[in-house]
Design a protein around this ligand. Sequence first.
Ligand code: SF4
Length: 95
Amino acid sequence: MAISIPKITKCSVTECAYNRDNKCHTMAITVGDSHAACDTFFKASHKGGAPGLIASVGACKVEGCRFNIDLECSASGVNVGFHGGHADCQTFSAR
Ligand code: SF4
């Protein structure tokens, strides 16, 4: 089945180096693997990424999500938010 690359519709993790105005500006994030965490999240002394770019989901290692097809995300878009000191994919939905 052909799938398109989902965009990060919103990310409320403003502490992340790639976050500006609740949008993610790296090229692509990786989600997983122990649970649906944004594995690309990190803090830096300055902002990174490209301001004109909205990130996609490059890879998802969470096989227990119903949107996961062959380790790729098939959702139409995903939201990311802060949870317990890290960033989680809030679009995760258990099979
Ligand atoms: S936490 Fe993840 S989705 Fe949010 S801005 Fe950082 S890299 Fe992007």
